[in-house]
Design a protein around this ligand. Structure first.
Ligand SMILES: Cc1cc2nc3c(=O)[nH]c(=O)nc-3n(C[C@H](O)[C@H](O)[C@H](O)COP(=O)(O)OP(=O)(O)OC[C@H]3O[C@@H](n4cnc5c(N)ncnc54)[C@H](O)[C@@H]3O)c2cc1C
Length: 424
């Protein structure tokens, strides 16, 4: 270990204890392999557990001339992700505080908290956060990676529920990105959009104040066994129903229908409206196998952590326009029959995860990624996380890049330390 790294690790151990600093290569490697199989070796990993530690942490970083850090939750994000060669700040121990205000309908929570733990606590009080990711990452990771998932069809993204975040800038200073006491859609100061989808670019989100909703009084799950053509005719009709909470698409992942295409529908709302919608769905799907038990089973056992998703050599995350699903799936069939799982964000697009088999050779994998990349325009795919090419995507397509470029130096001037290094 270099003298610099040794001094840094001693300082960090002094701050958070030896159990909360990862220095050994084999443990560091667990933090370093992304979903594309690319290896990153973090300098070290430190796990702060209380807000009070951040001030000294910042001092230590400056003292050791650490120019760049990467905040991290569970590391489940597959595009920009929390993978880097930086010092990683693992925030999963920052999960002690959760204050639910059932009169004002808000929860104040430390961002290392798992989404599932947060939901459990809210549900005990009759509330819920209406949007949640497929995998049970941290609240901070969900906010920083844009926050869409189950519930987006009806409720949009986490941005619609975030009143304010406490952001630790790289000089240790804390700022509120919104006004915790003011309703979300009031006029005035609101910088929430610099944390939602920021991927940790501007600093560490330490705490968030989030609006919550009373739990929906009624829900109903159903499963339509379908084919591509019926799928396309059904989706636009479903968009007119008011209680669709979630629409998911499965191919070969669902054990009950290992070769077919399944559309999972969850309705949530007042009982009478849910039942009306259910009747309409039965009519428009011509009652093709709307199996309730299978659907309940699927929902209750939905995968929440990576060990429950199929073993795959690569997971590709894409947004595919609904109109291109048939050709896109046909195109993908050429890839050793991959499995899919998708969540419709609305009637026009699906967030699709493609699981490439574990047995695929590295050469074949790279061919597939190249094929996908060259076809991205043809299918209007977005974002091309293929080959971890998010930086190229941001450079070409992200409308706020110019603004970000202007903002970042201002943040960095106020801060002696960059929170995240990006070279465009
Ligand atoms: C099969 C599969 C399905 C998925 N489905 C969804 C989905 O439906 N919706 C969805 O949104 N994502 C989805 N993801 C991606 C990922 O699971 C989620 O984004 C998850 O919420 C990330 O949480 P995490 O704690 O693992 O964050 P990490 O992966 O650790 O971090 C995510 C990003 O946020 C930054 N970050 C983390 N914590 C903080 C913090 N406290 N402050 C500042 N920056 C921070 C990191 O630097 C990184 O850039 C999926 C991934 C897979 C593999």
């Amino acid at each position: 270990m270099s003298i610099e790294k040794k001094t840094l690790s001693e300082d960090l151990i002094d701050l958070v204890g030896a159990d909360n600093v990862i220095i050994h290569d084999e443990e560091l490697e667990k933090y370093g392999l992304d979903m594309f199989g690319e290896k990153h070796t973090p300098l070290l990993v430190v796990k702060p557990s209380s807000p009070a530690q951040f001030k000294r942490l910042n001092f230590i970083l400056r003292r050791n001339k650490i120019a760049s850090i990467t905040p991290r939750g569970k590391g489940y994000d597959i595009n920009l992700g929390a993978y880097s060669d930086d010092l990683i700040i693992d925030l999963t121990l920052l999960n002690k505080k959760m204050e639910i205000d059932t009169e004002k309908f808000v929860v104040t929570v430390q961002t290392g908290m798992n989404i599932a733990d947060l939901q459990d606590q809210l549900e005990k009080k009759g509330f819920h956060l209406p949007i949640e990711p497929i995998l049970n990452g941290t609240l901070g990771g969900f906010i920083a990676s844009g926050g869409i998932g189950y519930g987006t069809f009806q409720y949009g993204s986490i941005m619609n529920y975030l009143r304010s975040a406490t952001l630790i800038l790289s000089n240790g200073q804390r700022i509120q990105t919104g006004t915790p006491g003011a309703p979300l859609f009031s006029r005035g100061y609101n910088l929430n959009s610099i944390v939602c989808g920021s991927e940790g670019f501007f600093g560490i989100i330490e705490e968030a104040v989030i609006e919550i909703l009373p739990k929906t009084p009624h829900s109903l799950n159903l499963l339509l066994k379908t084919d591509i053509n019926s799928l396309l005719s059904v989706i636009p009709k479903l968009a007119n129903l008011s209680t669709i909470y979630n629409l998911s698409l499965f191919k070969t992942l669902n054990m009950h229908n290992p070769s077919g295409l399944d559309l999972f529908i969850r309705l949530e709302g007042a009982q009478t409206v849910v039942e009306e919608d259910f009747t309409k769905i039965k009519v428009l799907s011509e009652e093709k196998g709307s199996n309730l038990n299978e659907a309940n089973n699927l929902w209750d056992n939905r995968p929440k952590n990576p060990s429950q998703i199929p073993p795959a050599s690569t997971i590709i995350e894409l947004i595919v326009p609904t109109k291109h699903i048939p050709e896109f799936i046909k195109f993908c069939e050429a890839f050793e029959n991959p499995s899919y799982f998708g969540i419709f964000l609305d009637a026009t697009s699906v967030l699709l995860y493609i699981f490439l088999g574990k047995e695929i050779t590295p050469d074949r994998k790279s061919d597939i990624l190249t094929e996908l990349k060259t076809s991205a325009n043809q299918f209007e795919l977005y974002p091309p996380t293929i080959e971890n090419n998010i930086k190229g995507f941001v450079k070409e397509s992200y409308p706020n890049l110019a603004l970000l470029k202007k903002l970042k130096p201002i943040f960095d001037k106020a801060n002696r330390l960059k929170s995240r290094k990006f070279d465009f």
